[in-house]
Design a protein. Structure first.
Length: 69
């Protein structure tokens, strides 16, 4: 019984360590690049659906254009 408990504990410890140390970075990277036109259409759709305000739309639109000059 003790041997089974010890083996189970060891296996769980190894699995936990391997999952937490997977080497991933907390930084989120976007690998999908949309065209400027698509980004602007997405912003326009978000504004029309009420997801973002007119003010947010204008700010984000300027940022999209500036980042893609």
């Amino acid at each position: 019984m003790n041997l089974r408990f010890i083996l189970s504990s060891v296996v769980l410890t190894i699995l936990s360590a391997s999952l937490t140390g997977c080497g991933s970075s907390p930084k989120v990277t976007n690998t999908h690049q949309s065209s400027v036109g698509q980004q602007l259409l997405d912003l326009d759709n978000a504004r029309n659906q009420g997801i973002i305000t007119e003010r947010e739309y204008n700010r984000l639109k300027k940022a999209v254009i500036k980042n893609n000059d």
